[in-house]
Design a protein around this ligand. Structure first.
Ligand SMILES: [Zn+2]
Ligand SMILES: [Zn+2]
Length: 322
């Protein structure tokens, strides 16, 4: 089950229709303008429209990502309160829209130390889950460990889940680019299998609700979060082959958060990345002619013509990165 993070500009249902046109099985969205604290109420007609299209398209596991403004682990009381209000409202929106998982980075300890930050995060999640009965899972994403952010170790997420009173309402999102930047080696099939085994041992596959499939521009352990097209980054294709073929991940949404826009061959980048993932899923080896041709057809270093860039910019594709 593949999806991509797509824009809701022009109406929430637009993301569903675009996902369908790209050949995807699901989609990830922001359910509101993620750069603002203000969350306008959902219009019932928009909820109906979204649910209608999701049902028509048979998109069963829709995913949302919370606003990057939210920090549930902060020691700043005002920011924490705003964060709790915002994520509670986002969970309620997701519930109304029939979205099954809301992905969140958890937060940053702001220099107070990881154990202090994790304790605040647990307290915050418990407070949020007390305030809403939303059925949407709060989905803790593995992070790159940038700055003072938490949840870049599987043990952080394990400890947070252990502290949540109603653990069945919390799940996990594994982001390949983030775990790689955090120091988990995904460079070979063997090392990837070992990382997945570690995830299973520390957190457990039964808690994995969604995957983010992104290659990384930055090296292993860089603690810097920069996404690259599949097969064009420092992770490479062995990891993605291992993950898309994993029998326990078949019905788990695998979401692309790679850059948008038009690839050199004129197709949307999501279509190109999806083609490579589907080839790998069908058993084509990363070194096979078919996969290598798909990669070579769309080199990332090939400069786009000025006309292409202008057209893409006019359509708002370049700025749509998640
Ligand atoms: Zn994220
Ligand atoms: Zn992600």
């Amino acid at each position: 089950m593949f999806g991509s993070h797509l824009s809701i500009a022009g109406g929430m249902e637009r993301a569903l229709l675009e996902a369908k046109s790209l050949g995807l099985d699901t989609v990830q969205v922001f359910t509101r303008n993620q750069q603002q604290w203000r969350i306008p109420p959902l219009e019932p007609t928009n909820v109906q429209l979204f649910r209608h299209h999701a049902a028509q398209l048979h998109f069963e596991k829709l995913v949302a990502h919370d606003s990057y403004l939210i920090n549930m682990a902060t020691g700043d009381r005002a920011l924490r309160q705003k964060s709790l209000d915002a994520i509670t409202s986002e969970l309620d929106r997701c519930d109304a829209l029939g979205i099954f998982a809301l992905v969140t980075h958890g937060g940053s300890h702001g220099g107070d130390g990881e154990s202090v930050g994790l304790a605040r995060l647990i307290k915050s999640i418990n407070a949020v889950l007390d305030r809403t009965s939303a059925r949407t899972l709060m989905c803790l994403e593995t992070t790159a460990g940038q700055g003072a952010s938490l949840n870049y170790r599987f043990e952080h997420i394990r400890d947070v889940m252990a502290g949540v009173r109603n653990a069945s309402r919390v799940a996990v999102c594994l982001d390949t680019a983030h775990v790689f930047a955090a120091g988990y080696d995904l460079r070979t099939a063997e090392s990837t299998a070992a990382v997945l085994e570690e995830f299973n041992r520390v957190i457990g596959f039964d808690h994995l609700a969604t995957l983010h499939l992104n290659d990384s521009l930055k090296p292993l352990g860089s603690r810097v979060d920069r996404h690259a097209h599949i097969g064009h980054g420092t992770i490479g294709l062995e990891a993605f082959a291992t993950i898309v073929q994993h029998s326990q991940f078949l019905s788990i949404p695998k979401i692309l958060e790679t850059p948008k826009g038009e690839a050199p061959d004129g197709r949307p980048w999501d279509t190109v990345n999806l083609q490579i993932l589907r080839l790998l899923m069908a058993g084509h080896k990363p070194t096979s002619r078919s996969v290598q041709k798909a990669l070579a057809d769309n080199p990332v270093d090939k400069p786009r013509s000025a006309g292409d860039s202008k057209r893409a910019a006019a359509k708002g594709e370049i700025a749509a990165e998640a």
